[in-house]
Write a protein that binds this ligand. Structure first.
Ligand code: HEM
Ligand SMILES: *[C@@H]1O[C@H](CO)[C@@H](O)[C@H](O)[C@H]1NC(C)=O
Ligand SMILES: *[C@@H]1O[C@H](CO)[C@@H](O)[C@H](O)[C@H]1NC(C)=O
Length: 501
């Protein structure tokens, strides 16, 4: 009898000890950030996250605080939203850019892991050098010429979907300047084919980076079409290499690095470069124009500025120089402000050794995530964050190439976007020349942004048409009392020698 009681006590004691031990161990063990895990194994919160990822990230922040993990489709994504976490994201040696993007790069462009890891740093340095602030003057002339040429095709007036108009300009200009002039057309494939396939590739990029290719047949077809185009044209791109090294195009410089061991992956790198140079620049040009055209006062100030700096005629083949850009600062502010409001949903790093952030330990293997989109909506950094307020950029030291605090649209740390200065220059020239040449107005209200994707900047949802007309037609209108009864022109005092008669 006593024996039985002893046994009972022993069992209860053992259980209690177990529970106490568990509690102690959990306390002592590293504490992980709170986790939105759903309840389905592996899928986790994947269904809700997949439906509206941007919203889900913000809801999780409201629920869990400044650092939290979203578990979805077998991945642990740990988001940081405040200083300490952002610091780790940008500076810690225990988090790694290459390991975070290697797999998506493999999925979308078929670059094998070992090749990617071997070449990445050198490639990044090459791109950073070619597109550094000191090299921007090299692009001025070409960008001006190319935009003028493409603008010719728009004719004296018309109505178009604004996103199509932007594509018609930026696709050929970017390819001609960064790859090789005439690359798309000289291959006798209609330029529309190129537009078509690149658009499908771009639209499916995010799915393509996560899913096996056989689930995405159209995307896979377009990817292969583009790879074949490059396969065919790489000898051409290389052949047109100029004598002087510093005159080589960006693509030629990239191919120089890839040459040798990785030669057969040249087309893959060309495809990645094409995507990087267009996927964000196109929607940002679109959003900037939409913001400008839908803010009457800003639009008016900009058009007046362009007239006073470049002249009012609209017909000359003017060149937008660095000096002139400095006098048209408001346009640069508008671009930066548009990028702030339409920033990439997420950027990512891989945790390679456990890192402490706030009171938590983020385990190795996690993807560390930062959302520029939501960071840019933190009123601590950007007061009145939802408003389009280009004047806030007055505070930034743009002369010294410094953005505002908390601005993360181009990523950060060692591997931030090497194309950012080129992007800003290209978009400035594009917008200035459009508004110099044409009177523009929108025929639709400000479109919504798509919330489906988190890679790169958000795309517009639904159509937004633009109507454009040569400014020429307006400025050359007969002076003096017109049909609407304008004022008589002021009497001019002609110099004696110029008197008529
Ligand atoms: C408004 C336009 C653009 C935005 C918002 C943007 C944004 C970004 C971001 C957020 C990253 C990742 C950085 C990180 O994780 O820290 C990135 C990488 C990159 N961007 Fe851009 N970008 C733009 C335009 C361009 C252009 C025009 C080019 C090329 C001409 C370009 C080339 C690249 C490349 C090659 C990388 C990868 C760098 C690497 O692998 O080390 N980007 N960009
Ligand atoms: C794939 O492309 C074909 C032909 O262009 C189109 O009819 C079909 O709807 C597309 N499928 C998907 C899933 O987008
Ligand atoms: C972290 O822990 C300290 C002390 O245990 C506590 O005072 C602080 O509020 C905690 N911070 C957060 C963000 O939980």
């Amino acid at each position: 009898m006593f024996g039985d009681l002893d046994l009972g006590v022993a069992v209860v004691a053992a259980l209690l000890t177990g529970v106490v031990l568990l509690v102690v161990l959990r306390r002592r063990g590293p504490r992980r950030p709170p986790c939105a895990a759903g309840w389905i194994p592996w899928v986790g919160a994947g269904l809700r996250f997949g439906k509206a990822p941007l919203e889900f990230i913000e809801q999780a922040r409201a629920q869990y605080g400044p650092i939290f993990t979203i578990f979805a489709m077998g991945n642990r994504m740990t988001f940081v939203t405040e200083e300490e976490g952002i610091d780790v994201f940008l500076k810690s040696k225990e988090v790694n850019f290459e390991l975070a993007v290697q797999y998506p790069v493999y999925r979308t462009a078929s670059v094998p892991k070992n090749i990617f890891l071997t070449l990445h740093e050198k490639l990044h340095m090459t791109m950073k050098g070619k597109m550094g602030t000191f090299n921007m003057y090299q692009f001025m002339g070409r960008l001006n010429e190319e935009f003028h040429e493409q603008l010719e095709d728009l004719g004296p007036h018309g109505t178009m979907d604004l996103i199509s108009l932007v594509r018609c300009l930026l696709y050929p200009v970017t390819v001609n300047v960064l790859f090789k002039k005439g690359l798309i057309v000289s291959h006798k494939r209609k330029i529309e084919d190129f537009y078509w396939h690149f658009q499908i590739y771009d639209e499916g990029f995010e799915y393509g980076s996560q899913m096996p290719e056989w689930l995405l047949r159209n995307w896979s077809k377009s990817k292969r079409w583009l790879l074949a185009l490059f396969e065919e044209s790489i000898p051409d791109i290389k052949a047109y290499k100029p004598e002087r090294d510093d005159c080589a195009t960006l693509m030629q410089a990239v191919l120089d690095v890839v040459e040798g061991e990785a030669d057969r992956h040249s087309a893959s790198y060309a495809l990645l470069m094409l995507w990087a140079s267009l996927s964000n620049a196109v929607p940002i040009t679109f959003w900037t124009l939409v913001f400008i055209l839908s803010h009457g006062d800003i639009h008016k100030t900009i058009v007046e500025g362009i007239s006073s700096v470049l002249g009012g005629a609209g017909r000359e083949k003017i060149t937008v120089s660095e000096d002139k850009l400095k006098k048209l600062l408001l346009i640069k502010w508008c671009i930066l402000e548009a990028i702030r409001l339409r920033a990439p949903g997420v950027i990512t790093r891989k945790v390679v050794k456990p890192v402490k952030i706030l009171n938590y330990t983020v385990p190795s293997g996690d993807l560390l995530m930062l959302s520029p989109f939501w960071l840019h909506r933190n009123p601590k950094y950007f007061p009145d964050p939802e408003s389009f307020r280009p004047e806030r950029w007055k505070e930034a030291n743009l002369e010294k190439h410094v953005f505002l605090d908390g601005y993360m649209a181009f990523g950060g740390g060692k591997f931030q976007c090497p194309g950012r200065w080129f992007a800003l220059l290209e978009i400035q020239i594009c917008i200035i020349l459009i508004l110099y040449k044409y009177d523009c107005s929108l025929l639709d209200p400000l479109p919504k942004q798509s919330h489906l994707h988190v890679v790169g900047v958000p795309q517009p949802e639904g159509r937004c048409r633009i109507e454009y007309k040569h400014r020429h037609d307006v400025c050359q209108a007969p002076r003096g009392p017109g049909p609407s009864g304008g004022a008589t022109p002021p009497a001019t005092h002609l110099a004696p020698g110029l008197q008529e008669g």
